[in-house]
Design a protein around this ligand. Sequence first.
Ligand code: PSU
Ligand code: MN
Length: 333
Amino acid sequence: MYRKTQCAIFNSIKKTSKQQFLRNYSNYSGEINVGEEVMLAINSRKPVVALESTIITHGMPFPDNAKCALEVERIVRAQGAVPATIGILGGKVKVGLSEKEIERLAESKNAVKVSRRDFGHAISNKKDGGTTVAGTLIVAEKVNIPIFATGGIGGVHREAEATFDISADLVELGRNPTAVISSGVKSILDIPKTLEYLETQGVLVTSFGNSTQFPAFYSRLSGCSSPYSVKDAVEAANLLKSHLDMNLGSGLLIAVPIPEEYAINEEEIETAIKAALNDASEKGIKGKLITPFLLERIAVITRGRSLIANVALIKNNARVAADIAVQYNKLIY
Ligand code: PSU
Ligand code: MN
């Protein structure tokens, strides 16, 4: 199903980014497999949207995770783009997982959560792995996919001044020239500090649609304004092109508020978050375990409402990302 694609991909890359692609690829000592559909899309210059897989392995329970991931792929296709779910299977990094492979990750009990520091471990031990936003950004950049949709990204944790817990997602957004379409960061995190950190990393943060506020994942408002805002996919594609043309090396964060009808009342979600944070500190949960732990606890405390919201917002983000990919393609080809 998969084959090595160095030459095929390289030949298909648009002229302007060939140099960059060569630089990235020659720095990569491993091996990335690209699925047929994604390969064909790149070869025929069709818009592609990258999708992460930690949301499958660590972000949602089975079978909601598999159902959601496949539905998200269907939405991307319906908008005229090709989905490229990225993950690790038996130690092989793959771009464009098949339905079967998505189901395998969804059912896996020992998949590794893979950020930059975890690739070597997952590959050498032939593990299955769900790539985080950070991990997915790294792979998407290597195969030159500039648009990536997800639900929420990691951020600066509350009390990070004591714990130093700042998600690698923010650092990778600063390192990879890719647009991440997400619903902002959860209020389990410190939103003002997250925005400060993104500024330091040179990430272009913009709200999408008719909001000027940076959204708080389960709710549309965070009380923090976004540095910029774009009203639609055409404006977003223009912004992306201008940013990438400058060759800055950093990425964009396009923040799309959760659809109104799925938003959770701020007080209700805050109560759930406080209880989940309490549980985490009582159990001494730290490091890479904390985000999955909090997501699961919040789902239990809200009796599944947070999960419904999560599914709704990622589907909406996938649609927006595919629209942006279609518009961006019109600008570059
Ligand atoms: N936030 C969510 N759902 C998720 C994640 C974050 O609402 O599934 C996942 C993403 O894959 C993100 C990762 O990249 O958690 C961040 O983990 P950490 O906070 O450990 O950096
Ligand atoms: Mn962390």
